[in-house]
Write a protein that binds this ligand. Sequence first.
Ligand code: NAD
Ligand code: TYD
Length: 365
Amino acid sequence: MRKLTNVLITGGAGFIGCNFIHVLLTKTPDFAGRVINIDALTYAGNAGSLSDIDAKFGGSRYFFERADITDRPAVEAIFKKYDIDTVIHFAAESHVDRSILGPEAFVKTNVLGTYTLLDVARVAWTVQREGGARMRDDVLFHHVSTDEVYGSLGSEGYFTETTQYDPRSPYSASKASSDHLAFAYHHTYGLPLTLSNCSNNYGPYQFPEKLIPLMILNMVEGKPLPVYGDGKYIRDWVFVEDHNAAVWSIVTRGRSGEKYNIGGENEWENIALLDKLIEIVASRKKMDPETIKATITHVKDRPGHDRRYAIDCSKLKRELDWSRSVTFELGLELTVDWYLGNDQWVKSVRSGEYRNWVEKNYGSR
Ligand code: NAD
Ligand code: TYD
């Protein structure tokens, strides 16, 4: 098992990253090192999601650095200050709809930001030895990516690790570019590297512009439930802690130079998923499910909307013995309960920049 000492988490104030840091520092007995969280705190980043971690571990095992991953001098200084030996790279612009309205930020953060991290790591981890410069072999860069790089499936088949890339949205194209850069650094410079492509995550702390939290909150607030097109688009859903457990097994036991698909083996049409969510919210809030259903509104489809994603994650299960910890039913219940119990968090992430952006691009909905 690889020993991790000074772990740089990028995008740790976002959805998946903050869940990762919580589990790493509170529920991972195998880890005794330090976590350095670099995050620019864009609209999607909320340092408050880690206030409990900061109170308990701040200055000893947890360090927050507000910086942009495209800012090379800042990233270099962080590598030096904390003697980073592991990077787990979550930071990204992550929402497909935003990438359609404004692709530039996606290219900057996802492509240029990933390049900057890779190149700073390359330089920092190259040591002079007798006989010339050598890449350290006790370090690792893990790049977190998405199944969306593989494009769209018909009703049959699954994405495997060898499926050819065919990204369709500016978001997935920028993530595909970052995946290629990551492997280029491994092949060209010998950078120790692993990569994962995961399906749709759900769970606590997800920014409420993504399907599941948006729908939960709209139901509670009596707002329309905007279903894109016919609602028959299919996604494979995985609980965020299960995604993160897979990432942990890859960074500690995965083989350098390999990529691993992560998925929930849990495909749902959006409209069927919505029915399930309605059932849970209605029972928790003592509402009539039919009244909520009546608020479903089919709206204009997303341009270039990928029809179906489905992941074959047999490599991860076979090589790293990964399995899911929760059923979809339980995961959704945990998620609904979390959103119903965390009004303050919801208010704080919806305030400021996010509200202005939504109102400018969608009006108030
Ligand atoms: P998120 O949008 O919730 O969080 C992204 C975080 O990155 C935020 O805290 C934001 O402030 C930070 N960030 C953005 N640009 C930055 C920059 N230039 N410099 C520093 N920090 C910056 O995203 P998420 O859903 O947590 O996704 C994390 C990663 O997982 C992404 O790489 C995404 O592509 C990948 N992924 C997400 C899903 C999903 O369903 N959410 C599925 C598969 C893969
Ligand atoms: P989303 O959560 O944006 O994730 P991704 O686009 O990365 O898969 O969307 C999940 C699915 O839900 C996708 O098919 C688009 C659809 N969707 C809606 O129908 N309505 C919405 O308001 C949103 C945000 C998404």
